[in-house]
Design a protein around this ligand. Structure first.
Ligand code: TXA
Ligand code: MG
Length: 341
């Protein structure tokens, strides 16, 4: 991917966003992963409103977004050496750490759990916003992904406008448009509140990176892991049914002309389908080759595939090497049967 650049920070807009948050409002904020639905983490009414706007159950815990590692001890009761080390190494950036919560951190943020998820995003607009909002007292914002519960996460201000929108027609007080998100999939979540570190959600900070930093294995969490809505089987789902297929199965599926399919395939598979006369006339997207580019474009591509209004979305399985874990995780959930969620 060419070197990624965000638009220059609009300080006036960032300042307005901070004011709206201080007044208890809801702001769609840009982060390097996906857009978030921000509320003042100390304001119960504002935080509870985010659940209502998303249609998300209130026992699902939220991530507290902080200006920097200095805020850790305000929101976490115990900041272990591992937490300090990971913050030093990966913050600001797409890593969320689950730690024992402090007294300040209220149950309406954590879904009643005794732990809290904390992250420090790297998006320049969000850094500016958090710096202004934090003040002397480590103020922070809760921010779930800014989408209706169970739907595809937004990676542009347009996605947010199309889904939740701004009042009076929509549900938000403001959308802070900081451009398209660089990473494109949600942050990695590591649980540091148990006996040993474990991964709750895969993201751009990979298992290999975490293991190299900590010097111990960091397995996936078992099924007794703390609640995480991103762990529901059917999540990040387009409205159209999604199937993940290897090239041969794709060819077979496309042979049935009675089914209108939208497809996301590699350049090589596109060439093969063209040669076989099976490439649909519309609804074809080309999958980026590198993992980073694929992740960056993933939700935009799912939004676009959904918009074709096809009977089914067929996606060619991407590689399964460890660095593709986050992409394969999201694709698997997008393809999961809704009734098994
Ligand atoms: O990249 C991201 O993390 C984005 C951007 C906006 O920062 N946010 C995001 O938030 O993905 P959300 O709410 O869609 O996902 C947060 C995940 C959920 O699966 C939630 O259950 C989990 O974090 N989580 C939050 N607090 C937790 C806790 N105390 N223990 C375990 N999981 C927790
Ligand atoms: Mg989400």
């Amino acid at each position: 991917m060419a070197k990624f650049q965000y638009p220059p920070v609009d300080r006036a807009a960032v300042h307005r966003a901070a004011e709206v948050l201080r007044a208890g409002g809801l702001v769609a904020i840009p982060t390097e992963t996906v857009y978030g639905l921000a509320a003042d983490a100390d304001n119960e009414k504002a935080v509870l409103a985010t659940f209502a706007v998303k249609g998300r159950p209130t026992n699902h815990p939220l991530i507290v977004h902080v200006a920097g590692p200095e805020a850790l001890s305000a929101w976490a009761r115990v900041v272990s050496p591992e937490a300090k080390l990971l913050a030093e190494k990966f913050w600001p950036g797409p890593l969320t750490m689950v730690l024992p919560k402090s007294d300040r951190c209220q149950g309406f943020v954590t879904g009643g759990q005794d732990s809290v998820a904390i992250r420090c995003p790297s998006h320049p607009w969000m850094r500016e916003l958090l710096k202004e909002f934090a003040g002397d007292d480590h103020h922070a914002v809760t921010a779930p992904s800014c989408n209706t519960f169970g739907r595809i996460s937004p990676t542009s201000a347009q996605h947010v406008a199309d889904d939740l929108g701004v009042k009076p027609q929509g549900k938000l007080d403001m959308i802070l448009d900081g451009g398209v998100c660089e990473v494109g999939v949600e942050s990695t979540i590591i649980n540091l509140s148990g006996e040993r570190p474990e991964i709750l959600r895969h993201g751009a900070v990979t298992r290999e990176m975490l293991e190299a930093a900590l010097g111990v294995p960091v397995p996936d969490a078992g099924s007794d892991a703390p609640r995480a809505s991103g762990r529901l089987k059917s999540h990040y789902a387009p409205k159209t049914k999604v199937k993940l297929l290897a090239p041969d199965a794709l060819r077979t599926a496309l042979s049935d002309r009675s089914v209108k399919a939208a497809i996301l395939v590699s350049e090589a598979t596109k060439t093969m389908l063209t040669a076989d006369g099976l490439l649909p006339a519309t609804g074809v997207l080309t999958a980026p080759e590198s993992e980073a580019a694929y992740a960056h474009a993933l939700y935009e591509n799912l939004h676009r595939l959904d918009a074709f209004g096809a009977d089914v979305i067929l996606i060619e399985c991407p590689p399964t090497t460890p660095d593709w874990a986050a992409v394969n995780d999201r694709l698997g959930r997008a393809a999961a049967e809704k009734d098994k969620a």
